[in-house]
Write a protein that binds this ligand. Structure first.
Ligand SMILES: [Ca+2]
Ligand SMILES: [Ca+2]
Ligand SMILES: [Ca+2]
Ligand SMILES: [Ca+2]
Length: 163
């Protein structure tokens, strides 16, 4: 039973890009849901919505909640929920240009994997893997050429060990 629990919590896939024949995952733009009709909230009462709620019939998520952090009228965080109300995914646009810079994947409401686009070129270059919400492994494309260059493991004290 314990073994099954551990297996079911492992990330959906690992980044195994070590030769040049596999591209790293690309980022997305927040505009992809523009045609759907969300319910909205205007938290700061400036007349523009800053929170959105989409119903999103999908096997991964049935609802998306979005927040406009800098009140420019555009979504900056999208959180995906499954039919039980658990978080499955969170997308974050840190520089407010409309392109997602960080995606966090969740399993049993704990973060299992993060994809980060540190140079905002729409290709993810840092990949983090978590066990029970604690960072265990990091894979980084340091020179943005679509190939992972360094891999780190993290010990129980949170210290980085180069592979
Ligand atoms: Ca915004
Ligand atoms: Ca961005
Ligand atoms: Ca990048
Ligand atoms: Ca590289």
């Amino acid at each position: 039973m314990t073994l099954f629990f551990i297996i079911s919590c492992t990330p959906k896939y690992q980044i195994t890009n070590s030769n040049n024949n596999e591209e790293l995952p690309r980022s997305i733009q927040f505009t992809e849901l523009a045609e759907k009709t969300p319910s909205t909230l205007d938290q700061n009462n400036d007349g523009n919505p800053d929170q959105w709620k989409y119903s999103y019939p999908d096997s991964q998520a049935i609802e998306i909640r979005a927040v406009d952090l800098n009140h420019d009228g555009k979504e900056d965080i999208r959180t995906y929920f499954d039919p039980k109300g658990n978080i499955t995914k969170e997308e974050f646009d840190g520089d407010f240009d409309g392109n997602v810079d960080i995606i966090d994947y969740y399993s049993n409401n704990k973060r299992v994997e993060s994809h980060i686009d540190t140079n905002t070129d729409m290709t993810f270059d840092v990949f983090r893997f978590y066990n029970e919400g604690v960072l265990k492994r990091e894979e980084i494309d340091t020179n943005y050429d679509n190939t992972i260059d360094v891999r780190y493991n993290y010990n129980a004290d949170g210290r980085r060990i180069k592979e």
